[in-house]
Design a protein around this ligand. Structure first.
Ligand code: NDP
Length: 296
């Protein structure tokens, strides 16, 4: 019997646990605050930002919504981030991806004060993560680690194949899983678009994480019997629905489910965990910046 890994339920538990940290901060006179900075006109980014803000407000984290015109000079974004860096009442800052082409990505990642970098993408924070001393674990990989732990998957000695080597999912996840720490100690293989014979790798994995942005790339034939399957993908594909599309993952759900011991659905798997771990990082940032001991 294949278990469905319910990301919504696990995320709700994470949020419940975090409410204690919000109360501790409030008792100390601190209102945790996350600022989101949006500099593009894409509907999907707008939706992500509104969801993040709603999550914050529901938990008691103040959400500040900074908008920069997509045609504005890059300096407008960097000035806004510098202002947020300088404010004591702002504990977390997130610049929603993507920014326009005339704004250099590298500079965006370095602009946010590393102590407020709740995405964990600043080079200093990437370095700390790789060194096994993470300040902020990036939200999606951290959420996946939590899901695996919740599912009782012991990563120690497990063969984990991560399909995708992006800086926001694949690489940081591989780094976390390989670390000498709880939730790590796995033997990790990272696959990508130049990997020869992807299926040969995924077939020997105890855990397969699909984060490649290719709809339904990983199917049941590519899995060993009883594998745990984590589907990170969120892809819009044309469909005969009211909206004209449907969301599918990077895993072919039905065939994968037939072989897996446990699998995440899309939507309702990794996505809610990503959002929950952003709240976690914001509270961690608020605790560290104010000296309030929030036990997370
Ligand atoms: P990127 O496009 O940045 O990276 C995709 C990676 O997959 C690349 O490393 C690429 O290889 C690799 N890849 C592409 N095609 C193949 C293939 N045929 N075989 C093997 N590897 C391949 O994507 P992201 O990491 O940002 O996102 C991945 C997916 O996860 C997307 O669907 C995205 O929407 C979703 N996502 C979901 C989140 C959530 O909260 N659920 C959060 C973030 C992302 P190469 O490096 O060689 O190009």
């Amino acid at each position: 019997m294949t278990e469905l890994i319910d990301g919504e339920a696990v995320a709700a538990e994470v949020r419940e646990d975090l409410s204690g940290a919000v109360a501790t901060l409030e008792d100390a006179g601190v209102t945790p605050r996350l600022a989101t900075v949006l500099m593009n006109d894409k509907q999907a980014s707008e939706t992500y930002v509104s969801m993040k803000q709603r999550d914050c407000e529901e938990l008691g984290i103040a959400a500040e919504d900074v908008r920069i015109d997509a045609d504005a000079p890059a300096e407008e974004l960097f000035d806004a981030v510098a202002d947020l860096n300088a404010r004591d009442d702002v504990h977390g800052i997130l610049v929603q991806d993507p920014t326009p082409d005339h704004v250099p990505d590298e500079r965006v990642l370095s602009a946010v004060d590393p102590a407020k970098d709740v995405d964990g993408f600043h080079p200093e924070n990437v370095g700390k993560l790789v060194a096994g001393n993470a300040r902020f674990k990036p939200c999606t990989p951290h959420g996946i680690q939590k899901l695996l732990a919740h599912q009782g998957v012991d990563t120690e000695g497990a063969e984990v194949v991560v399909v995708g080597r992006s800086n926001i999912v694949g690489k940081p996840l591989a780094n976390l899983l390989v670390q000498k720490a709880d939730g790590g100690n796995a033997t990790v293989t990272v696959c990508h678009s130049r990997t020869d014979d992807l299926a040969a790798h995924t077939r020997r994995a105890d855990v397969v994480v699909a984060a490649c942005g290719v709809p339904e790339l990983v199917d049941g034939d590519m899995l060993s019997e009883g594998a745990v399957v984590i589907d990170v993908g969120i892809n819009r594909v044309d469909a005969d629905t009211e909206k004209g599309y449907e969301l599918v993952g990077d895993v072919d759900f039905e065939s994968a489910k037939a072989r897996a011991s446990a699998i995440t659905p899309v939507p309702g798997g990794v996505g809610p965990m990503t959002r929950a771990m952003l709240l976690y990082n914001t509270l961690k940032a608020a605790g560290e910046q104010t000296g309030v001991d929030v036990t997370l």
